[in-house]
Ligand binder design. Structure first.
Ligand SMILES: [Zn+2]
Length: 334
């Protein structure tokens, strides 16, 4: 007993000695509010964290500021969602002269492949590593020739995969693991804390997942058709067996066409959809018009691509998921 105590004292003394208390914290930059929350949970007080697209911001159409460029220039680690979600990021990295490590939090996630006209792209693209390779490829080949550049741009613009992967808690467990691994690698002196933080957070996420699954199972099968402004909830739909339709498509960049709106209105009437949902960040005018014309009620407000500010009830990832699921269940269960 006595010797064990001594060993413990020795070990903890060792841990407290390092000169690292003098070293600057790892500088981490996240692209948007959801990642900011996840990285904060794992990094705790041992990192210096800057976020780019703030709460209630729209990452699809974001325009980086000079302050953002400065933060990226100084960053040791840049955590992005990837999959074309932050279309402005590569240019920002270049203009800032980013020299740190970039991690796509979606690496290894079971992605939703978007079936578009490009059938020939399908083959071999089910490999989960594919988009990671693409990320790296982009990073290393900054000076690729014009043609290839244009092709890559186009690729990202169309989007091969649905980028909104954080709307599945199962996926976010993967995000957290990627974040943990990156932090441990870049600041190994805090590995114990990062690992413990990640373990605690994963426990909370698993409890959340259980709770959400139980709640969503209460919605009758014939009431699981949902309309939102833009196609942000594909992963949530897949997880719980819902159908989400949106006039605006995968990005908020493009306006919905009149034909898209007519199509949705027809679908609402045909499928007897009772509720449509507005998104906090996207323009709600379109959804309001659709509700008026079909008599469908507005079921509430969902958080799609950003957290709310702390006092609005969706200031953390966990609160955002709880808010969205409660809103859906409440509107669709009666
Ligand atoms: Zn989106």
């Amino acid at each position: 007993m006595k010797s064990r105590y001594l060993v413990n004292v020795f070990a903890s003394a060792l841990l407290s000695i390092p000169s690292l208390s003098l070293a600057a914290d790892l500088k981490v930059v996240t692209s948007f509010s959801v990642l900011n929350d996840l990285v904060q949970e794992v990094g705790g007080e041992h990192i210096s964290l800057t976020n780019l697209v703030a709460a209630n911001g729209d990452a699809h159409v974001y325009q980086p500021s000079p302050l953002d460029a400065q933060a990226v220039a100084e960053a040791d680690l840049l955590v992005v969602n990837g999959l074309g979600f932050e279309g402005w990021m590569e240019r920002l990295e270049q203009s800032a002269g980013f020299k740190g490590v970039k991690v796509a939090a979606t690496y290894g996630v079971d992605l939703i492949h978007l079936d578009d006209e490009d059938e020939h792209h399908e083959e071999g693209h089910h490999d989960e590593d594919e988009h990671h390779d693409e990320e790296e490829h982009h990073e290393e080949d900054e000076h690729q020739d014009e043609e290839e550049e244009a092709h890559a741009e186009e690729h990202h613009h169309h989007g091969e995969f649905d980028p909104h992967a954080w709307h599945s808690v199962t996926n976010v467990l993967v995000y957290v693991e990627n974040i943990r691994a990156a932090l441990v690698q870049l600041a190994p002196e805090h590995a114990t804390e990062f690992n413990q933080n990640a373990k605690d957070y994963v426990k909370a996420l698993k409890a959340l997942e259980k709770d959400l699954t139980q709640k969503m199972s209460q919605v009758p099968e014939n009431k699981r058709n949902v309309i939102t402004s833009h196609d942000a909830f594909g992963y949530l739909a897949r997880e719980y067996g819902f159908n989400f339709t949106a006039p605006q498509g995968m990005s908020t960049e493009a306006e919905a066409s009149a034909a898209d709106v007519v199509k949705i209105i027809k679908q609402i009437r045909k499928d007897d959809i009772q509720a449509v949902f507005v998104e906090k960040v996207s323009n709600s005018r379109l959804i309001e018009q659709i509700a008026r014309e079909t008599g469908a009620k507005i079921g509430g407000e969902l958080y799609a691509d950003a957290l709310s500010s702390p006092n609005q009830g969706a200031g953390t990832y966990i609160n955002m998921m709880q808010h969205n699921i409660s809103t859906l269940v409440k509107a669709l269960s009666n």
